[in-house]
Design a protein. Structure first.
Length: 155
């Protein structure tokens, strides 16, 4: 279920960059997500996580959407390329570009993927690893969110 929340976060960050009008932006995004089949609980959790991460500063959130300005990017080692599918690595790069994962968190996901013992890590599996990093106390910069649990109240 955490993977669905990460999908919502990706959608929110992508849409925030593409919208010009600030009024009703969050309501429009929320309505779109509901139409895409996500629950109100999942959407609320994603928005809460983002606002907690950015300390409730909507302007900071809007400034931090879009392409990353970091000059360097991670290139997979040959052994990593054999294990991590191209689509899976592309997904990690997207999370970095949207500033949902930082460089250290990317390294942690790659490390966990390599230690998973699978012959090939696909996009679905990398999503699960990324969600675990995002919502873990060690991986999330917000620190107060852990794992999304269905039917739980968000405060």
């Amino acid at each position: 279920m955490n993977e669905r929340v990460v999908e919502i976060l990706v959608y929110i960050m992508t849409e925030m960059d593409g919208m010009n009008s600030q009024s009703d932006k969050l309501e429009v995004i929320s309505r779109d997500l509901l139409q895409r089949g996500y629950s109100q609980h999942e959407i609320s959790f994603a928005f809460s996580w983002l606002f907690e991460r950015y300390n409730g500063e909507t302007e900071e959130l809007q400034r931090n959407t879009g392409a990353s300005h970091a000059a360097a990017f991670r290139v997979l080692h040959e052994a990593e390329r054999m294990i991590i599918a191209r689509e899976a690595y592309g997904y990690l790069l997207q999370l970095k570009q949207l500033r949902l994962l930082n460089d250290m968190q990317i390294e942690f996901v790659i490390e966990r993927a390599m230690m998973a013992g699978l012959s090939r890590i696909n996009e679905a599996e990398i999503k699960a690893l990324a969600a675990a990093v995002l919502f873990s106390p060690e991986g999330a910069s917000a620190g107060s969110f852990f794992f999304f649990e269905e039917n739980k109240t968000i405060h």
